[in-house]
Design a binder for this molecule. Sequence first.
Ligand code: SF4
Ligand code: SF4
Length: 82
Amino acid sequence: MQSKIGINISKCSACKICQVFCAAWNTGTVNPKKAHIRVVNMFPTPKIEFLESCNFCASLDVEIPICVKYCNRKALTLKEEY
Ligand code: SF4
Ligand code: SF4
């Protein structure tokens, strides 16, 4: 089974909470440049990229990846692929 994160870009407000929280949980710093996800505020819709360094929070003891959990607009969703 491989977990992947779906993006519904129409729901994204480009708040970058996912980026900040990824950095905080995965690197111990609130520096968004250290995150494994990038949110770019573009017109008319933002752009979201997962870096190759993203391991879906495998090194953390969490059931839901941090970026998915803290996106309060549900722009990120966890998909299960079998
Ligand atoms: S994906 Fe969610 S948390 Fe990340 S910038 Fe978009 S709305 Fe904010
Ligand atoms: S899944 Fe985890 S490591 Fe990957 S971008 Fe989201 S918070 Fe960061």
